[in-house]
Ligand binder design. Structure first.
Ligand code: C5P
Length: 294
């Protein structure tokens, strides 16, 4: 029986701006999103009933799991999708601001598309995925994109020039609804510039990208969890020049254009914190090769 092996790539936000609260409860955002080389692996196989296995103790194996929601959504829309077994190997930390759940959801959509030979385009899959989470369309369409609306409207950009990242994940998760809910937009005077980051990416200007990093949700998450602000300050004090919280947090990353510097910083952080990752921008080729049928 053929199986689909899918690599799901995590994301970071190089810029995250929040423009306004919408009547539907979501927030209007403008973000530059980047896929990174930190992956979950999903194995899909046709079976006699829907079934999910993960060895990870913080991941639900019921219908609240986005990977299972993706299976059921595809079965509802396409009669040729049979019951499926899903094995999820988790490396991406959970509730971390790295779109781990959306990554797995996108991976399942991609895997079903190939395993069941549905022939759907990425934008057709993204339209389905947007029903399950705002970050899912990006996870299908990276590696670098401008995201607007509630995050689901994706405009692919030229791939970001190679950057290296040291990620530090505190030992707790942040709820995205809480981070958005705690935001007081009227009290915020300065917004990060999405356009500056887009221009730097289009010009393949690494230094420009590094100088444009910004995340409006830091205001909110730092208030809810002061230890995240402290972590950012500690990473800056340790010598990193470009440090930012990803998404709604609590992961904080330091960005480098030099691999050796990133490696040295990684060693330093590993001595201090338990969940530390050294990674880099994922590229188009990696995303093109993320599904294999064997
Ligand atoms: O779309 P997703 O299910 O990932 O969003 C989770 C929650 O995060 C939403 O219910 C909402 O509270 C908040 N959110 C928001 N504005 C966005 C994205 C998410 O307020 N653009």
């Amino acid at each position: 029986m053929p199986r689909a092996f899918i690599k799901g790539y995590a994301k970071i936000n190089l810029v995250l701006d929040v423009l306004q609260k919408r009547p539907d409860g979501y927030h209007e955002v403008a973000m530059v999103m980047q896929a990174i080389n930190l992956t979950d692996t999903i194995i899909l196989e046709k079976g006699s009933k829907n079934w999910l296995y993960t060895g990870h103790r913080h991941i639900p194996v019921n219908m609240s799991n986005l990977a299972m929601k993706a299976v059921v959504l595809m079965q509802k829309n396409f009669a040729q999708v049979p019951p499926l077994s899903v094995i999820l190997h988790k490396n991406i930390p959970v509730a971390a601001g790295l779109a781990g759940g959306s990554t797995d959801c996108a991976a399942v959509l991609l895997g079903i598309n190939q395993l069941c030979q549905l022939g759907l385009s990425l934008s057709q899959l993204a339209e389905l995925g947007a029903q399950l989470g705002s970050d899912v369309p990006f996870c299908l369409q990276g590696p670098t994109a401008l995201a607007t609306g509630r995050g689901e409207i994706i405009k692919p950009l030229a791939p970001c020039p190679k950057l290296y990242f040291v990620l530090v994940k505190p030992n707790f998760g942040v709820s995205t609804p809480k981070a958005y809910g705690n935001l007081r937009l009227d009290e915020i005077e300065q917004h990060p510039s999405v356009q500056r980051c887009v221009d730097a990416i289009l010009a393949a200007d690494k230094t420009g990208v590094l100088h444009s990093l910004g995340n409006l949700l830091e205001h909110s998450t730092f208030q809810l969890h002061p230890s995240v602000q402290q972590l950012k300050a500690e990473m800056e004090d340790a010598g990193a020049g470009h440090v930012l919280m990803s998404g709604s947090g609590p992961t904080v990353f330091a960005a480098f254009d030099c691999q050796k510097q990133a490696q040295r910083f990684y060693e330093q952080m590993k001595n201090r914190y338990t969940q530390v990752f050294l990674t880099e921008t994922a590229d188009e080729k990696q995303l093109e090769e993320r599904v294999q049928i064997r």
